[in-house]
Design a protein around this ligand. Structure first.
Ligand SMILES: *[C@@H]1O[C@H](CO)[C@@H](O)[C@H](O)[C@H]1NC(C)=O
Length: 341
């Protein structure tokens, strides 16, 4: 999730909207690999380090996870902070206190047979500075992945939403993460790569990120079948996910479709890692249509995650936290069909 605007040229995509989608019955969802939700909290209090548990940050609520899994979800993207996990330097040692909370959440999720996606929610930054030390980043990932190397249900997400960086640096950081994870002995698990420009689906090709990232390699699997390009997409005019107003019922389809053909042409797999809509008719239609697009193109889209569950969202418009989150009560009932295989 990001909180600042994308550039104007991308925002202009929203102006070229086509006719609204027809109402009609939804197809049964495709047999996705990954269907679920983000769970925020471990990264809260960004800038407050090390921070205190239950004051600055919080771990997922287990009853909420159970409830969401009961709704058909099999994937939970757990946000945490790189600085809190490894506080001194990228190649430093783990803070066991903080790590124990992360590990407890991850083991709880995977113990119930779901996927836990490790999401260092850092935007390609460490202590607010763009990470340029790719060797250090590789070591950071090796340190973390070592702890989870025997858990086949853990998925590694290299970093949340790189932005305002050179495309080459984003490629190098992703490759360093993959190398560090594999070097740790976590050789079988899935890895989610993220792109530049906030990993926005609408920006993936136009930003040059797609072409730049095309040759990222998996040292443990020459076919690259374990690597997924995780993209995010919001539906408001600037694509930032900060407004309750969605541009049109078709905006999600239009924006996702700026990426879908690239995946088909290049034989790569996409994963929609964040999407959300507020509780109003246009947003609900836009979200349905976006998920339908993902379903209709499940040859390249491996699944999707809603933004976002988490115990501290309060009355946030996108709260997917049961039992009373605004999106959980006002939007989810309309898109539930996509969660049931
Ligand atoms: C380790 O994490 C705990 C819990 O967040 C925090 O209270 C403690 O100060 C941290 N220690 C270091 C050295 O950062």
């Amino acid at each position: 999730m990001k909180f600042i605007d994308l550039c104007a040229s991308l925002a202009a995509v929203g102006a070229a909207s086509a006719a609204p989608a027809q109402d009609g019955p939804l197809n049964k969802r495709a047999d996705f690999q990954f269907v679920g939700v983000n769970v925020a909290g471990g990264e809260f209090g960004i800038g407050t380090y090390p921070g205190q548990l239950n004051k600055d940050y919080v771990w997922p609520d287990k009853a909420a996870l159970d409830k969401l899994q009961g709704e058909g979800m099999n994937s939970f993207r757990v946000a945490f902070s790189m600085e809190r996990a490894v506080p001194d330097k990228l190649d430093g040692t783990v803070n066991e206190t903080y790590f124990a909370g992360l590990e407890d959440s991850v083991n709880y999720i995977t113990g119930k047979g779901a996927y836990a996606i490790l999401d260092p929610h850092n935007f390609g930054r460490y202590y607010d500075k763009i990470i340029t030390d790719t060797a250090g980043f590789q070591t950071w990932w090796k340190t973390i992945a070592t702890r989870f190397k025997d858990n086949s249900k853990v998925i590694f997400d290299t970093n949340n939403e790189y932005h305002d960086m050179e495309n080459k640096l984003v490629v190098d950081l992703n490759q360093a993460a993959v190398n560090g994870i594999r070097d740790a002995g976590a050789t079988s698990q899935f890895i989610f790569l993220e792109a530049n420009a906030w990993s926005g689906a609408w920006a993936f090709v136009e930003s040059g990120s797609a072409e730049a990232m095309k040759n990222i390699e998996d040292p443990s699997d020459s076919t690259g079948s374990k690597l997924f390009y995780e993209l995010h997409q919001y539906l408001d005019s600037d694509g930032s996910g900060t407004s309750e107003t969605c541009v049109s019922a078709n905006i999600g389809v239009e924006r996702l479709n700026l990426a879908t053909p690239w995946f088909k042409a290049n034989g790569k797999k996409a994963m929609l890692g964040e999407i959300a809509g507020a509780s109003n008719p246009t947003c609900i239609e836009a979200l349905k249509n976006a998920l339908q697009h993902v379903s209709d193109n499940s040859d390249v889209w491996a699944g999707f995650l809603l933004w976002s569950a988490g115990p501290w969202w309060g009355d946030y418009m996108f709260s997917m936290e049961p039992p009373s989150g605004a999106m959980y009560t006002g939007v989810f009932p309309s898109i539930k069909t996509f969660f049931n295989a």
